[in-house]
Design a protein around this ligand. Structure first.
Ligand SMILES: *[C@@H]1O[C@H](CO)[C@@H](O)[C@H](O)[C@H]1NC(C)=O
Ligand SMILES: *[C@@H]1O[C@H](CO)[C@@H](O)[C@H](O)[C@H]1NC(C)=O
Ligand SMILES: *[C@@H]1O[C@H](CO)[C@@H](O)[C@H](O)[C@H]1NC(C)=O
Ligand SMILES: *[C@@H]1O[C@H](CO)[C@@H](O)[C@H](O)[C@H]1NC(C)=O
Ligand SMILES: *[C@@H]1O[C@H](CO)[C@@H](O)[C@H](O)[C@H]1NC(C)=O
Length: 253
């Protein structure tokens, strides 16, 4: 007769996941492989509503559901128990709701850059528990523009990628070392600007700026033109409003 002594080191990071994994590996000889959730991705629009699910169990067998949420600016918790006890330290519109079948899910209204973070949930039901660590990221394409500034006797080519997430990268063709500034917008978006001083013998005729961003399959190429103010935009307003949230579930159910 074998006696198993299971020692579980509960680390700060995903304690229950590790416990679940240990248990899963112990019982894997006797039960069919458990479903693994990995790198689930979803695309959301800025201002859209987002739902995160923790378990497919219904409230008839669930005892409690806890969401521990780590956002850029705060850490908070939302929970509900079958006894009707609820707790919400987020106070930002996120709420626990039920599907028509009676399963609990977290509802995030009006998705914004502030909602980016790590969402950990624990759902305890009679006979077990489900745990997920969900990383919610957002990618929003920047609005791009390029122009030429003439100041004194100097010509400066400017390329700007406004309000992207993450920040775009800007390069010049033919290659040049622009001075790059990165601006953190208060709402979590990033604006990048590259200024390339053109030397006297450099003809701006064939100069282009190339903007890379993970939202686009292909880079955007802009030709800076001598004009008043900011010009040339390749990004349509609807596309600009699209955000992509990458949702990763990193645990076993
Ligand atoms: C939940 O999902 C698991 C695996 O997909 C399934 O075995 C189980 O029956 C489901 N439970 C409910 C209550 O739907
Ligand atoms: C979800 O269902 C549970 C159990 O029926 C109930 O106590 C709770 O109030 C419901 N929550 C919402 C937001 O409707
Ligand atoms: C969604 O959030 C944005 C920015 O936070 C705000 O301007 C807008 O009014 C909100 N929309 C709704 C429907 O709450
Ligand atoms: C850009 O700067 C790097 C290092 O400062 C230098 O090695 C490179 O030659 C420069 N490139 C151009 C096109 O000026
Ligand atoms: C710009 O490109 C065209 C076509 O490749 C070439 O004929 C022209 O000489 C280039 N102009 C300069 C200033 O390099």
């Amino acid at each position: 007769m074998w006696i198993y002594i299971l020692i579980i080191f509960l680390s700060e990071e995903w304690p229950i996941c590790q416990a679940a994994n240990s248990v899963n590996s112990m019982i894997s000889n006797r039960t069919p492989p458990l479903k693994v959730y990995d790198h689930i991705k979803a695309v959301f629009s800025l201002g859209s509503n987002m739902d995160l699910h923790c378990s497919n169990r219904t409230w008839t067998e669930t005892m409690f559901v806890i969401w521990n949420i780590e956002l850029k600016h705060k850490i908070c918790r939302i929970s509900f128990s079958d006894k009707g006890q609820s707790f919400d330290s987020c106070n930002d519109g996120k709420s626990l709701q039920n599907t028509s079948a009676g399963q609990s899910y977290l509802h995030i209204p009006n998705f914004s850059a502030d909602d980016v973070g790590v969402y950990k949930c624990e759902s305890v039901y009679t006979g077990g528990y489900d745990n997920y660590k969900t990383e919610v990221a957002v990618t929003a394409p920047p609005k791009v523009s390029a122009w030429l500034d003439r100041r004194d006797n100097k010509m400066v080519a400017v390329c700007r990628a406004e309000r992207g997430n993450p920040a775009a990268t800007i390069s010049w063709s033919p290659a040049g070392n622009g001075s790059v500034t990165l601006q953190d917008e208060p709402d979590g978006f990033l604006t990048v600007e590259s200024r390339l001083e053109l030397s006297g013998d450099m003809d701006p005729e064939n100069l282009t700026c190339v903007v890379h961003h993970q939202f686009w399959a292909q880079e955007k190429t802009l030709v800076p033109k001598l004009k008043e103010g900011h010009v040339s935009s390749e990004t349509s307003p609807t596309k600009w409003n699209q955000m992509q949230a990458m949702v990763r579930n990193k645990c076993f159910s």
